[in-house]
Write a protein that binds this ligand. Structure first.
Ligand code: DOR
Ligand code: ZN
Length: 435
């Protein structure tokens, strides 16, 4: 074996003391005892878990690299226990053509510390010609409501796109569900989070999810991103079927009346908006009972200066790729979520949705592991995170960061220190991709 990792690992739904033998980046053998490898790690106090997969980040490259780029974004992800990210298309230029996708793949290949995949954005301009670019992307992203830098697809075109997408049924279709007509009806000048919620009420989210549900065919694989309201959950309980559901950390932890607000309201301005306490409670209930499929960070960084302006003009978005898994590891340590649920939400289901050989500690899978000392609880501090934006809405909150993050058997973070290399991250091959 190239590497043997020994310790208490989460395998087949329980913690077992094992040796994990790694060869060529894959888990080759799991056994009680293994002969020594070329490199050996032994953990006695810690637990070994599958690394996380974040299917929703905005790493801002190309075009907005003053906010983040593929290096700072993937370094932050690795410190947060994430081995693989999927990057959203609202960059400059937007990722809506074959060339834009191929260019972004090249940039990310040079700069990423962890593995990555890319979304193609679907717009009124390209939905009829997806054959031109579909085979180069890992999945599709649709914005049904306007938001920061967003591309848009009018709902009138949704059914035709879904029909066109049937040919690429291996690629999931991720939806930002807010109904544009509904948003237009509620538009007001906004001074704070309460106004932002008035301007983007839950009825707009539910309406948009209903539209998607009505337009989709059996061959489409739909994922509703960042579901944020109790009403949407109620609708999806009736209608979910094979639709998968993601929620973000900020919609679970914050409502418009944030208890521990460390920054002005504009820093918490995000789309979909933060909602009411009842919504967060409903989301948490459906996260812990298994109804929600995926935790996604929707890491959407803007600089401190960009956010620190009057509310109405401030851009939407909250950073979170580095704090998502650590905050939930803290939840686990307090018995607020089971390890099985957490691993399913952050590793197993994202891997299944994206068709990855990742997300579980099992022979044949990529050796993407994190090592966690549950006793090492830390307070989140922006100055210790690795974002370009240098702020976090979770300042002062308790979290458990991994001491190691391994991607395909290679440590990217080791003893809480970055040891990975720029350009190590691999592009997740798409099924139809030409070499
Ligand atoms: O708040 C948001 N920010 N929502 C989005 O849909 C886009 C994102 C961004 O890119 O900043
Ligand atoms: Zn997003």
């Amino acid at each position: 074996m190239n590497i043997v990792v020994e310790g208490k690992a989460y395998i087949r739904n329980k913690i077992e003391h094992v040796c994990i033998g790694i060869e060529d980046g894959k888990i080759a053998k799991i056994a009680k005892i293994l002969p020594k490898g070329e490199e050996n790690y032994k953990f006695s106090r810690e637990i070994i878990l599958p690394a996380g997969i974040d299917i929703h980040v905005h790493f801002r490259e190309p075009g907005f690299t003053h906010k983040e780029d593929f290096s700072t974004g993937t370094i932050s992800a690795a410190f947060g226990g994430i081995c693989c990210i999927f990057d959203m298309p609202n960059t400059k230029p937007p990722t809506t053509t074959k060339n834009a996708i191929l260019d972004k793949i090249e940039i990310a290949k040079r700069k990423a510390y962890i593995d990555f995949g890319l979304y193609a954005g679907i717009t009124d301009e390209n939905f009829e010609n997806i054959r031109d670019f579909a085979k180069y992307c890992n999945a599709f992203k649709i914005y049904l409501g306007s938001t920061t830098n967003a591309l848009q697809l009018r709902k009138e075109n949704l059914k035709d796109f879904f029909k066109n997408a049937e040919e690429f049924s291996d690629k999931p279709i991720m939806i930002h569900a807010e109904d544009e007509e509904c948003l237009n009806k509620h538009r007001i000048v906004e001074n704070n989070l309460i106004d932002h919620l008035r301007a983007r009420p839950d009825v707009c989210e539910k309406k948009s999810i209903q539209t998607v549900h009505n337009c989709k065919s059996k061959k489409n694989r739909i994922h509703i991103c960042h579901v944020s309201s109790a009403d949407s959950i109620e609708f999806l309980k009736e209608a979910k079927g094979d639709i998968s559901i993601g929620v973000t950390l900020h919609h679970l932890l914050f409502s418009i009346n944030i208890k521990r607000k460390t920054l002005p309201d504009s820093f918490y301005k995000v789309n979909p908006p933060l909602r009411k306490k009842f919504d967060t409670e409903t989301l948490i209930e459906h996260l812990t009972n298994g109804f929600i499929d995926v935790l996604e960070s929707d890491h959407a960084p803007h600089t401190y200066e960009e956010k620190n302006i009057n509310f109405d003009e401030a851009p939407n978005g909250i950073p979170g790729v580095e704090t998502m898994y650590p905050l939930f590891l803290f939840w686990f340590s307090k018995n607020l979520i089971s390890l099985g649920q957490l691993v399913s939400l952050i590793s197993e289901k994202p891997a299944r949705i994206m068709g990855l050989e990742k997300g579980v500690i099992s022979e044949g899978k990529d050796a993407d592991l994190i090592v966690v000392d549950l006793k090492n609880i830390q307070k989140i501090k922006a100055e210790n995170l690795h974002y370009k934006c240098e702020w976090t809405p979770y300042e002062g909150m308790q979290a458990i960061f991994p001491s190691y993050t391994l991607v395909r058997g290679t440590p990217i973070v080791e003893e809480y220190i970055l040891v990975g290399e720029k350009g190590y991250g691999e592009h997740i091959k798409t099924v139809n991709e030409e070499e």
